[in-house]
Design a protein around this ligand. Structure first.
Ligand code: HSE
Length: 436
């Protein structure tokens, strides 16, 4: 029987999940591929801590070099995360003719171009299904069965930690930091959880989704990204009273040859399927010219779900190798030489509806001044709400707008924030309620 041997870099939560899956479903994988898939070596700085999985017969080593150059190993799974040493290890594996499977979205969002070029030069594949949406097979679908489509939008909830936090804030009125701690304990959060809550992890994933959907290089710095740290329980409650939920969305849209690429908390109508994606679950919604809208849903983080995606890539490789094919598909699903560099639309030019919250003194004429400033910037008010009444203290005033340009909105708010009746900085949340 054919056999492929794997080297695993990084024995953390996901690495342990891969060891567990390969052991539990070993016979099943052979039935499906006709190949014995065996894990030969694991590299980690810590090779003594018990991860609760059986490592009998697997070489545990602290030295990456011996695994990256092992002629018996044809596939390297990189689950170290971060930029270095992951980048150097992946390039070394490729230069030794090994295929690479990785869950490292940060690495690919920043060093993808270099890694894809190396893979092409060495005739190997780089697969990264686990990098976006945990266990959800969305990247394989974009490159595979949906490849006949020209996409116009790709948007979704792609960070399990943020979705878990927002869900607990919405449903249990839980406190932000307490929920973040439990997301870390459940193994959802990145090593540096600020990557999750500041929207960086979501931007990394959007970068990959955009590259695959539109066949373009994306400079991560051009993706606007805003996390969930400024979302208050007050905003969550106001959203509810207007019939919305707040979700951290990754939004990509093709707009007249330019791409909208943005990550921010977003209000979506409560009856959208996306509004019902709770906890660690992720969902990605694509619109293609022939398929129309299509949505993928599943566990976006965690040991078992992510291991499923990693092993799925290994199975894909084992089938190609079994058929004698060394490189079935380029990493982005477009021929490498056809990958373009599309322009990202400046954030000031995007058009959206907005929720705005002011903290204002409850005095006659305040609303008229706010409405006047919005009107002067061409912003039309759809509805407003002042739920409290206090002669001496500030009260929240909430305004929902019709569609407006972001630059006009920011200009109007900068003006309103100078009024002495307004206290603190006004906050706003973009609304997405017009999905095609
Ligand atoms: N920290 C990530 C998340 C893990 O919370 O979604 C999966 O990429």
């Amino acid at each position: 029987m054919k056999e492929i041997k794997i080297g695993l870099l990084g024995f953390g939560t996901i690495g342990a999940g891969v060891v567990k899956l390969l052991a539990s479903n070993s016979a099943l994988l052979t039935e499906k591929t006709g190949t014995r898939i065996s894990l030969k070596s694991i590299v980690d700085l810590d090779i003594t801590t018990d991860r609760g999985v059986n490592t009998e017969g697997i070489i545990l080593t602290r030295t990456a070099e011996e695994v990256l150059t092992d002629p018996e190993i044809s596939v390297i799974i990189e689950l170290i995360g971060g930029y270095e040493p992951a980048r150097s290890f992946v390039l070394k594996a490729i230069s030794h003719g090994k295929h690479v499977v990785t869950a490292n979205k940060a690495l690919l969002a920043v060093h993808g171009e270099e890694i894809y070029a190396a893979a092409k030069a060495n005739g190997v594949e780089v697969l990264f299904e686990a990098a976006v949406g945990g266990g959800i097979p969305v990247l394989s679908a974009i490159k595979g069965n949906l490849a006949g489509n020209r996409f116009s939008t790709v948007l979704g909830i792609v960070n399990g930690t943020c979705n878990y936090i927002l869900t607990r804030m919405t449903h249990d009125g839980a406190d932000f930091s307490e929920v973040l701690k439990s997301a870390q304990e459940l193994g959802y959060a990145e090593a540096d959880p600020t990557f999750d809550i500041e929207g960086v992890d979501t931007a990394h994933k959007l970068c990959l989704l955009l590259s695959l959907c539109f066949g373009t290089k994306i400079d991560l710095k051009d993706i606007y990204s805003e996390g969930i740290t400024s979302i208050s329980s007050e905003d969550v409650d106001f959203a509810k009273s207007f019939g919305y939920r707040i979700k951290l969305l990754a939004i990509g849209k093709m707009d007249d040859g330019q791409i909208e690429a943005r990550v921010h908390p977003t209000m979506i109508p409560i009856d959208y399927p996306l509004a019902d994606v709770h906890g660690v679950f992720n969902a990605i919604r694509l619109t293609g010219d022939f398929i129309g809208p299509v949505m993928f849903y599943g566990r976006g983080a965690g040991m078992d779900a992510t291991a499923s995606a990693v092993v799925g890539d290994v199975i894909d490789l084992s089938r190609s190798m079994g058929a004698g094919i060394s490189r079935r598909c380029a990493p982005l699903g477009y021929l490498d030489e056809k990958v373009s560099t599309l322009t990202i639309k400046p954030m000031g030019e995007i058009v959206s509806k907005y929720y705005i919250r002011f903290q204002a003194l409850d005095r006659p004429g305040v609303l008229a001044r706010i409405a006047g400033a919005l009107g002067a910037s061409g912003i039309s008010i759809a509805s407003m709400l002042q739920s409290a009444r206090s002669a001496s203290e500030v009260v929240p005033i909430v305004i929902m707008t019709h569609e407006a340009r972001e630059s006009d909105m920011r200009r109007a708010l900068a003006e309103i924030d100078t009024y002495e009746v307004i206290r603190g900085k006004s906050t706003f949340i973009r609304i997405e309620d017009n999905l095609e």
